[in-house]
Write a protein that binds this ligand. Structure first.
Ligand SMILES: NC(=O)c1ccc[n+]([C@@H]2O[C@H](COP(=O)([O-])OP(=O)(O)OC[C@H]3O[C@@H](n4cnc5c(N)ncnc54)[C@H](O)[C@@H]3O)[C@@H](O)[C@H]2O)c1
Length: 473
């Protein structure tokens, strides 16, 4: 059989599909993914978006010429967003051209750091829509709270930019759907920040399971026990701090008085902005439970127990204690979370156990351990015990993968379909717990829960005017 390079294969497949745009991953999963008919790429695509950016590779003295560098912009500069920007700027072929934050104190501090550490002077903005008009932006990093991801991403891809969007992909099921569709429609490269996909410990563990080392995979056990899941110390409502555009921070979320407990960093414990520790940390772990079988789809059955059982006086909407079970055809994914308890199975406060007939692979960001099963008849271990430590930090590798894909136009390691699959597990379980219906059945073809109208009312967010849930196409 003639083997074409992947880029040619994609072009051929796209030609065969006569203009229907399919990403690599959609090509692989068309059979299982019939949620929506694929969006036709029409000639009516927003001006300036149609052309595919393939950046030239010319260099000066072995380094990319300034004009060949990928112009990077950041929306949301305080925490992970700025970390991600630094991971981008660690590579020679990038430069920071713009930064945006609704808190001018943070924006100015972070811009000062970029100037000091990288000698670069990005344009500064408080409204990301204005920033997206800047022509030299090739890639946008989205580091805002989860309730903003959908609008930020859709506007960015519609403006012709490639996007690195932090996980969880969005705060509701429908926003995830829209983001997948928008990425296809505008033909952009989008990498979701589930960086474990680029971590050697997880990559090798996946390969080992797929090679059959541990026999039949029976169960993927996931757990996350962290203090921060308890929420923040209760605080009184107060006037909006100087330099903060709070209305723009709230964006599509319901209006409420300013409260530090719901703001920077702590927003993740309130349903209007985030999904608690399950969507914050659990989404990384669920991703591994799906990747191990190359599953790129939503859950079918969801069984959830959740409660607020801790005695600590922290403030949150979300749960501190949760168990969610996702059965699949031939294995089961189980997620356990006890916020405030700083220990866990295998002496790890978070982790993944890939449990098979012949042994278990216990993996976290620092490495993996193979724990063999004992064969009572042969009086020997079924497989060899092994330990792999010092996995390299994977944020940088995940960013590198994104930057390479910007140049080659290939699908990155965590495209939106993968981000959606992981996020839907988390959101479905959170919905189940919120409505007190422990068993839900998700119908991915019709994009609804088939056994609960109450659950269906949580699929779409109710955006605060003037913000509108984007419509693609
Ligand atoms: N991949 C990872 O391991 C990882 C780790 C931590 C956080 N995250 C994700 O990163 C995202 C940010 O989390 P964080 O902890 O850094 O939050 P944060 O509250 O520390 O920072 C968010 C920033 O976004 C700004 N912001 C809010 N609305 C904005 C808007 N409309 N325009 C511009 N700026 C706006 C805020 O002012 C703040 O500076 C979240 O989605 C989170 O889940 C990912």
């Amino acid at each position: 059989m003639i083997k074409f390079p992947i880029i040619l294969q994609n072009m051929l497949i796209k030609l065969i599909f006569k203009g229907n745009y399919l990403t690599n991953l959609q090509i692989m999963t068309t059979n299982q993914q019939s949620r929506r008919s694929f969006i036709k790429r029409t000639t009516a695509v927003t001006a300036g978006v149609g052309a595919v950016t393939v950046l030239p590779a010319s260099t000066i003295f072995g380094k990319p010429a300034p004009s060949d560098k990928i112009g990077v912009a950041l929306i949301g500069c305080r925490g992970r967003g700025f970390g991600s920007l630094k991971d981008h700027l660690a590579f020679d072929d990038t430069h920071c051209v713009a930064m945006c934050d609704v808190d001018s104190n943070i924006l100015n501090d972070r811009a000062g750091e970029v100037q000091k550490d990288y000698g670069q002077t990005p344009e500064l903005y408080s409204d990301y829509r204005k920033m997206l008009e800047q022509k030299d932006i090739d890639a946008v990093i989205i580091g805002t709270p989860d309730h903003w991801h959908c609008l930020n991403l859709v506007d960015s891809v519609a403006a012709g930019k490639d996007v690195y969007v932090e996980k969880p992909m969005a705060n509701t099921i429908e926003e995830c759907n829209i983001m997948v569709d928008a990425t296809s429609y505008y033909d952009r490269i989008v990498q979701v920040g589930q960086q474990q996909r680029s971590n050697p410990a997880f990559i090798q563990s996946m390969e080992l399971v797929k090679s059959g080392l541990i026999g039949s995979l029976r169960k993927v056990s996931l757990w996350a026990n962290f203090n921060y899941g308890l929420g923040a110390t209760p605080a009184m409502d107060e006037p909006v701090p100087d330099g903060v555009d709070y209305d723009m921070w709230l964006g599509p979320a319901p209006a409420r008085p300013f409260n530090r407990n719901h703001f920077h960093g702590s927003w993740r414990h309130f349903w209007n902005y985030g999904g608690g520790m399950f969507s914050d940390w659990g989404v990384h772990l669920i991703d591994i439970g799906l990747w191990v079988k190359d599953q790129v789809k939503a859950p079918t059955e969801i069984l959830t127990f959740a409660a607020n059982n801790s005695g600590f006086s922290k403030k949150r909407d979300t749960f501190d204690t949760m168990t969610a079970v996702f059965p699949t055809k031939d294995y089961v994914i189980n997620y356990d979370m006890i916020a405030g308890v700083q220990s866990g199975p295998y002496d790890n406060l978070y982790g993944v156990a890939l449990i098979g007939d012949k042994g278990t692979i216990k993996v976290d960001r620092g490495g993996y351990r193979i724990i063999p099963e004992w064969d009572g008849d042969k009086k020997e271990f079924m497989i060899e015990a092994k330990e792999f430590k010092k996995a390299k930090e994977s944020h940088g590798q995940h960013v590198r993968d994104f930057l390479d894909c910007i140049k080659t136009r290939q699908t990155p390691s965590c495209p939106p379909e993968v981000g959606r699959a992981a996020a839907l597990h988390v959101h479905a379980a959170n919905i189940s717990a919120r409505i007190g219906e422990p068993y839900l059945v998700w119908d991915d073809i019709n994009n609804r829960f088939s056994n609960s109208e109450k659950a269906n009312s949580y699929i779409k967010p109710d955006y605060r005017a003037p913000w509108k849930l984007p419509v693609i196409g």
